[in-house]
Design a protein around this ligand. Structure first.
Ligand code: CUA
Length: 276
């Protein structure tokens, strides 16, 4: 006959399980209430963002400043195009993509992520040394892939003032001309930030797309056999509907870049300013 008495070994196992469960739960409650650590959540369930931005926050654990960087990857650019952070401050990256899968590697660091449409990927790091760090896409994403990059500018911990004004060690590829108008300057900025520079050069060399240098007013031979003049109307059409007129010798690979009317005009002003 079987005994109804509980064997001592069962009591030991039961007690162990119960105490482990209690320990786990109390640690969870402790980390949430005392350490203010967020209980891990599925990132795909968090509210997606539609804008790349750098948010400065107070870290509830260390009571120090930290950055939350929302990075949006799309053909063939990262948004924001430039990220300014303070040296020695924790930087958390949340990465997503607007179109296809892109890579996200910060050269010289262990941060290496994949930007997947509809999902968020996370990594964090602290830049100890001030300077410029390049971000490159390491996942083939189309013709502009090899030029898809952005950068992080790390300013010294003791720097006071507007981070965007921090003297950057590298000179931008677009030369500065103080005589140019405000609109042209905006166009120049957009040219770099919206990925135009990935395919169009301003030095006369054709890339994935035709060079912008000396383009304005030129006769352009099209794939269709027609010839058009690169006037404002042509530039506007080419920006708004990139595949309407394909230049002979090039592929219809340019994506539609979301731009306001003002931004389109600025880009045209910038292109117009690039004389031969
Ligand atoms: Cu994006 Cu390669």
């Amino acid at each position: 006959m079987k005994s109804n008495k509980i064997h001592w070994s069962e009591l030991v196992v039961g007690g162990l399980v119960a105490s482990l469960l209690l320990m786990f739960l109390s640690l969870l409650i402790y980390s949430y209430t005392v350490l203010h650590i967020n209980i891990p959540a599925c990132l795909t369930a968090t509210q997606p963002f539609e804008k790349g931005e750098v948010i400065s926050r107070l870290d509830p654990v260390t009571w120090r400043e930290k950055y939350e960087v929302h990075v949006l990857a799309r053909m063939w650019q990262f948004e924001p195009a430039e990220i300014f952070v303070r040296a020695g401050t924790k930087v958390e990256f949340y990465l997503s993509s607007m179109d296809v899968t892109h890579g996200f590697h910060i050269v010289g660091t262990s941060v290496n992520l994949t930007a997947v449409p509809g999902a968020l990927n996370y990594a964090s790091t602290t830049f100890e040394k001030p300077g410029e760090y390049r971000i490159i896409c390491h996942e083939y994403c189309g013709v502009g892939h090899q030029n898809m990059m952005s950068k992080i500018i790390v300013f010294p911990a003791g720097y006071i003032g507007d981070p965007r004004e921090y003297q950057r060690p590298l000179v931008s590829t677009v030369t500065d001309n103080s005589n140019t108008s405000k609109s042209t300057n905006l166009g120049k900025k957009l040219f770099g930030e919206r990925g135009c520079a990935a395919c169009h050069s301003i030095d006369g060399n054709n890339g994935v797309g035709p060079t912008f240098k000396g383009l304005f007013g030129q006769k352009v031979n099209l794939q269709s056999g027609e010839t058009v003049t690169a006037d404002e109307a042509y530039l506007k059409e080419s920006i708004l509907s990139p595949t309407a007129k394909i230049v002979k010798g090039f592929q219809p690979s340019m994506p539609v870049v979301p731009l306001t009317n003002e931004e389109v005009d600025s880009l045209i002003d910038f292109i117009t300013s690039l004389e031969k």
